[in-house]
Write a protein that binds this ligand. Sequence first.
Ligand SMILES: [Mn+2]
Length: 385
Amino acid sequence: MKFFHVGDLHLGKQLHGYDLIKDQEHMLEELLSYIKKEQPDAVLIAGDIYDRAVPSGTAMQLLEHFFIQADELAKEQKAVEIILIAGNHDAAKRLQYGSSFMKRHHIHIAVMPPQQEDANLEQVTLTDQEGVVHFYLLPYTKPGMIRHWVEQEELANTQDAVKFLLEREQIDWNERNVLLSHQFYLHANEDTVLCDSETPSFSVGGLDSIATTFVDKFDYVALGHIHSPQNLGDPHIRYAGTPLKYSVSEADQNKSITVVEMGKKGEISYHYLPIHPLHDVRALRGKMEELAAQCTEIPCHDYVSIVLTDEEAVQQPRDYLEKYYDHILEIQIDNTRTRQIMEEEIPALKEMSLEEAFMTFFQESTGRPMNEDEQKKFAQIIETL
Ligand SMILES: [Mn+2]
């Protein structure tokens, strides 16, 4: 049994105002070409299919296009089962739309934990020469999503909810079992590697985290939610990470598709297929002229975050650098002067009123104080906020 594991596609996402849809289309094309080449039995997508609860039409079309292309492959090779769960960014009901129809085309979508006492986790069972493999689908879960039918009082946190849901499943541990889950797991209190594109709602060691001991018995745990690819203790519990770099903090990461191959119970191996993005995300640092000289292909289309270290004032750096880098995410200046501002003036700024702070900023950037007319206009704008 061979399957791919990806997660956190965040279709429709923007990066510093740039629409990433072409990048995501390119990434899904590569995923399809890997499916064609490696012929996995299944592709697991561990939540956060879309970036927003109300995805854009383009993002929805992109997912549909991927489904159709994957289904088309079945004409030439064995059908690939696409198994996906909802993440915290997905709106359950919207993602569920059309799912019973899609099941006929080997697409399995689970959006909510069981909603009544006699319900169980959704499950997909596939068979190979070694027997069956059960895929248990645990979409993003909060205690509030099951409290209406769970009688026990002790659903104090997410871990309680997940533990409760897993313990009531009739799992035959002699067979091969895989779990898909979109939550914040922690292994033996080791630090899980976080980055800037995740929702900043994680409370490390807080109410949301789940110990990996509760899922350790599964032969493989395909996780989503954390955007940096990583194993939790052992490669059989893994965050695949986002397929693209969704923040500058991920500039040095290598994004990939996790490929899991299972033989008999207990036999498992892994490899990772590199994803080649349409545009890279890079962090550049140096003097303006140096960064221009470094640019080999002009203009470079990578998404770049720039830190300028020129000591002398640079005139309109964005206009200048855009000739070389046409997807600039941000430009920051780090020199003796800006460091001094950080150390001395920022604390003073915090003491100021909004008007005072803006007037200081105005003087800094134009070299003259605001005149009376400008002050009046500014006051009007503030009033409308
Ligand atoms: Mn996510």
